[in-house]
Design a protein around this ligand. Structure first.
Ligand code: F6P
Length: 547
């Protein structure tokens, strides 16, 4: 294998032209672009699958888009999309497909995957119905009142985010909870709220070997026994979702209570499978299926729409442009919907675990940036936290604003303030306020000229800060499914343009391995002296504090 590193300019013949446009965009403003084109917003907007993407407040123009579409042609993106959707081994380091789209294909031809998905959905529907209608009871005969999902990463973030996002659709048949962290505090706090007689535990782990999940499941099992559940009746309180059926059985889960996961679905793409059981328990199978339908609508759009009118492709091209030509190493997702408050955390895994790579598909080291730091908080809260930096800081952060137009609750008169703030933030970031406008503002406030000379500079908003805005009529299972699928396909688009594998995650292994070594050193108090002094000292401090 060659030791030389691949540069992004090696991949694309029009790189010089792209760099020239990037330089031009560093010397022109969005305000100027809007001033010379009254139709800019309409020209740079796409509506599909219940979503509307307005990407006009980005540092792009027709030339830039044309050059980026040329990049797609050179990267053979259309072919790559076909390979993804038909189940080719796009995950080339594990020789696996990435067929999360098969989890939401509706009425598709009888492939092996679609049959397996249909069977799993039937099994899910049966369990949810039995628990909801009281046919499934606990060891003392009580109806189940609480369902607790024990899982982490892709076995937690997606179901947790969707369950929160669809709060208005909760059937309230059962209370749904989530436990993920190895920190015993999380499950301890949870146990205080539960009745062992009416609690159903979902052990969600594709590998069934994740330390956090197994430890929490063992704690839950011990608690059940301690509370009086006969060992012979534990099976009434434990369900597993895993691709490792034998490991789940060895743990003590009854085989009939094990729901399948498959190697052709990545963990962070799996909320559409039985990993989504907490969602189905919370909102019912009908709404879970509407979530899948929304994603299927976006899948069809991604497969069929011309690239220049393709929402996930444009989202991907914008981040490619910002990451590799305009120097952005981070991106903010700001959902102006309190129920979407967990979306940024979910997207962190989706984007950063998929594309945080430094080797291309062929195993060659790459010098260019892939994946970026994804962060964000629900609006309008962020305005009272980090928006100062977004407006006046020297950090370049492209932003996705996400805003439902209608509220899903009776306090709907406040929706206009929420939406107004979302639009105003994108407008202020784009237009800014120059020195003269700052001075004029201070004069209107009656500030003295000497004070103005001092203060005005501090009140300048540089502006020219890009954002996209995604709106939807309302946040419901269908539009949420489409939104999540749009980000999944954005991530895939970026992986293709960067020539990386978005579906493996070798970078999580070393930390896990060393974690077991440190835990052993703590258990045995035998700290290897060839470990660095920091690690040794920290372990000694832990031992001193706990012995
Ligand atoms: O973070 C590493 C990872 O393997 C994720 O990719 C995955 O979603 C998570 O851990 C949980 O894995 P599992 O579902 O196998 O417990």
């Amino acid at each position: 294998m060659s030791t030389e590193t691949k540069n992004i300019s090696d991949l694309y013949q029009n790189w010089d032209a792209l760099e020239a446009r990037a330089t031009q965009w560093k010397n022109q403003t969005l305000a100027q672009a809007f001033a010379k084109d009254n139709n800019r917003s309409a020209r740079f907007s796409i509506a599909a699958a219940g979503l509307e993407l307005d990407y006009s407040k980005n540092h792009i123009d027709d030339d830039v888009i044309a050059l980026l579409l040329d990049v797609c042609e050179q990267a053979e993106l259309k072919t790559a999309i076909k390979k993804l959707l038909r189940g080719d081994n796009v995950n080339n380091t594990e020789q696996r497909p990435a067929l999360h789209t098969a989890l939401r294909f509706l009425n598709q031809p009888e492939t092996e995957e679609n049959k397996a998905v249909a069977d799993a959905l039937d099994k899910m529907a049966g369990l949810v119905a039995r628990v909801h209608n009281g046919d499934w009871t606990g060891y003392s005969g009580k109806k189940i009142t609480d369902v607790v999902n024990i899982g982490i990463g892709g076995s937690d973030l997606g179901p947790r985010m969707v369950t929160k996002a669809l709060t208005p659709f909760h059937t309230d048949d059962v209370n749904v909870h989530f436990v993920a962290n190895i920190d015993g505090a999380e499950i301890f706090d949870m146990l205080q709220k539960l009745d062992s007689e009416s609690t159903l535990w979902l052990v969600a782990s594709k590998s069934f070997s994740t330390l956090e999940t197994l430890q929490n499941a063992l704690t839950a099992r011990a608690w059940m026994l301690d509370k009086g559940c006969p060992e012979a009746l534990l099976h009434k309180h434990f369900v597993a979702i895993s691709s490792k059926v034998d490991k789940a059985i060895d743990f003590g889960i009854a085989e009939e209570n094990i729901f399948p996961m498959w190697d052709w679905v990545g963990g962070r793409y799996s909320l559409w499978s039985a990993i989504g059981l907490p969602i189905a328990f919370a909102v019912g199978m009908d709404n879970f299926n509407k979530l899948r339908e929304g994603a299927a609508l976006m899948d069809a759009h991604f497969a069929e729409a011309p690239l220049e009118k393709n929402i996930p492709v444009i989202m991907g091209l914008l981040m490619f442009w910002y990451s590799n030509l305009l120097g952005a190493d981070n991106q903010a997702v700001l959902p102006y919907a309190n129920h979407l408050q967990l979306l940024p955390a979910y997207l962190q895994q989706l984007e950063m675990e998929s594309n945080g790579k430094s080797v291309n598909k062929a195993g060659e080291r790459i010098s260019y940036q892939t994946g970026s730091v994804v962060w964000g908080t629900e609006g309008s809260n962020g305005q009272h936290s980090f928006h100062q930096l977004l407006h006046q800081g020297n950090v370049f952060t492209p932003i996705d604003f996400i805003a439902p137009l209608r509220a899903h609750h009776p306090i709907a008169h406040q929706q206009k303030y929420l939406f107004a703030n979302c639009v105003a933030q994108s407008q202020a970031l784009m237009s800014g306020r120059d020195l003269e406008a700052s001075k004029a503002e201070l004069r209107v406030q009656g500030v003295s000229e000497s004070e103005i000379d001092f203060l005005a500079e501090h009140k300048v908003h540089p502006g020219n800060r890009p954002s996209s805005t995604i709106i939807m009529e309302e946040l419901n299972p269908t539009t949420l499914g489409a939104l999540i699928a749009a980000y999944e396909h954005k991530v895939f688009t970026l992986g293709v343009l960067w020539d990386i594998n978005s579906f493996d995650q070798w970078g999580v292994e070393l930390g896990k391995l060393l974690g077991t070594h440190v835990a052993t050193a703590i258990d045995t108090t035998d700290i290897p002296t060839d470990w660095d002094s920091s690690t040794q000292n920290l372990i000694k401090r832990f031992l001193n504090a706990n012995n």
